[in-house]
Design a protein around this ligand. Structure first.
Ligand code: GCO
Length: 457
């Protein structure tokens, strides 16, 4: 019988982020973030939904953490909102904001759930956007590092797992576009690709300075990681030529070449720089050393991937389009490709030659057309199908000796899914937004049993 048991010390968890669940947008001294402004602009978010109330986790965190304890998770990943801690982006610290996260962390610790904090999950302070164009300006990296110091020096006595930044492309490349309206905050049209690559370069710098700031401010030894959604190339067949093609494609993907490569190898991909030509970002002396910090782990957000096959062209590979009828989950981009979890891990270890670097799946999950049935249940067998397939592939990576250490399911609660508003539900707990009632879905029970028995069931 196939063994679906996980190692005894495997970290089972779930993940959320501040803007997507907290609400209380004007309480506790918090000031607007770019997502408040963006979602308040008509037509930007589906149904003009905003995160002003979201899951009201700001007030309901105790009940939520109690439910996490019922689920049996031992790890929880949440994010800290910069605009709660330093409402103007730079300058005075709002201790009331710090206290909110102290309460969350203390409550988690009481239940024996280890907290993991993402220091930035896209909600930049609006004040810095107004002041100097946030990620367009190099100053943003320095202000981010000061914010990190403020957080870690205040919370570092009770939390030791830090993630600097979540998914750099999503608030840089998807937040800025040439000549059209980008779907993510700040939603700015810019004049050139160079301006876009400059924003991600500044975010990389912020990550590097952030790592240094965490280590300098933490009173105890701690774990520092980046959370990235690098593009995963999956060989169409697991034979030598197609595997080699997928490895080449992994290196040359623009997204990987401009984010994970500089972080893990200290260099942008030469192919990318060549392709960008005069649109390449300005890189100052010392930047790459700052970006290339030693990490204790890599956070890997994985939802889908791309099929690759070997080809007789100058690249040696070809990217395959998904056929029309390809199975996908409730999101146009979410093609069902569980092998991507395995190949993502293997590419970091093998293709980038970092077998020493522990990997943690920091997000994996899917939306579904969740509905309450007449018994008041949500039977999300489609989500269970998705999760089970992905966890089997995660187990495959572990069995083959790759250093996968943990898995955070996205997401604990249904929440504000960015430009999709509340239409897309990713939770294993259903949220009735009118009453803020939490209703565990069938997948919640399934995941609880996986955690309890430490295997995929
Ligand atoms: C992400 C985002 C999450 C999304 C999730 C589903 O990091 O991609 O961090 O906030 O909700 O990915 O799209």
């Amino acid at each position: 019988m196939t063994n679906y048991k996980f190692p005894e010390d495997f970290c089972w968890g779930t993940a959320t982020s501040s803007y997507q669940i907290e609400g209380a947008a004007t309480e506790g001294g918090r000031k607007p973030s770019v997502w408040d402004t963006f979602s308040a602009t008509p037509g930007r978010v589906l149904n003009n939904d905003t995160g002003a109330i979201a899951c009201d986790h700001y007030h309901l965190y105790k009940e939520d953490i109690e439910l996490m304890a019922e689920l049996g998770i031992k790890h929880y990943r949440f994010s800290i909102a910069w605009s709660r801690i330093i409402p103007d982006g730079r300058g005075a610290v709002n201790e009331e904001g710090v206290d909110f996260y102290k309460r969350i962390i203390d409550c988690l610790n009481e239940y024996g759930i280890t907290p993991h904090a993402t220091l930035f999950h896209w909600d930049s302070p609006q004040a810095l956007e107004d002041l100097y164009g946030s990620w367009q300006n190099r100053q943003m990296a320095r202000d981010y590092a000061d914010y990190v110091t403020a957080v870690v020096s205040r919370l570092g006595d009770r939390i030791t797992n830090w993630m600097t930044i979540n998914e750099i492309p999503c608030f840089t490349h998807i937040g800025y576009k040439v000549n059209s309206d980008p779907p993510h905050a700040p939603g700015k049209r810019v004049n050139s690709l160079k301006e876009i690559w400059q924003t991600s370069h500044h975010a990389l710098l912020a990550h590097g300075l952030g790592c240094q700031a965490i280590r300098a401010a933490s009173p105890v030894s701690c774990s520092v990681s980046l959370v990235d959604n690098f593009a995963v190339t999956v060989p169409i067949q697991e034979s030598a030529e197609h595997i080699e093609a997928a490895q080449k494609a992994f290196h040359t993907s623009g997204q990987n070449g401009g984010i994970i490569l500089p972080v893990l190898t200290g260099k942008y991909s030469p192919t990318l720089l060549e392709e960008l030509g005069e649109n390449a970002p300005d890189i100052k002396d010392g930047d790459l050393e700052t970006i290339h910090q030693a990490l204790d782990a890599l956070g890997f957000n994985i939802y889908t991937g791309t099929y690759i096959r070997a080809a007789d062209n100058k690249w040696g590979y070809e990217i395959l389009d998904f056929p029309k009828g390809y199975p996908r989950m409730e999101m146009p981009w979410l093609n069902l490709l569980p092998d991507a979890i395995y190949w993502g891990i293997r590419h970091i270890s093998e293709t980038l030659n970092r077998p020493d670097l522990p990997i943690i799946i920091t997000e994996n999950g899917c939306p579904a057309q969740d509905e309450l049935n007449e018994k008041g249940e949500v039977i999300d067998s489609d989500r269970i199908l998705y999760l089970r397939q992905h966890l089997r592939m995660a187990k495959r990576a572990i069995s083959e000796g790759y250093p996968l250490k943990g898995y955070f399911l996205w997401s604990f609660l249904d929440n504000f899914e960015w430009a999709w508003g509340y239409q897309q539900r990713f939770g294993i707990v259903y949220v009735d937004y009118k009453t803020q009632k939490r209703i565990p879905k069938t997948s919640f029970n399934w995941y609880r049993e996986c955690i309890r028995t430490n295997q995929i069931i």
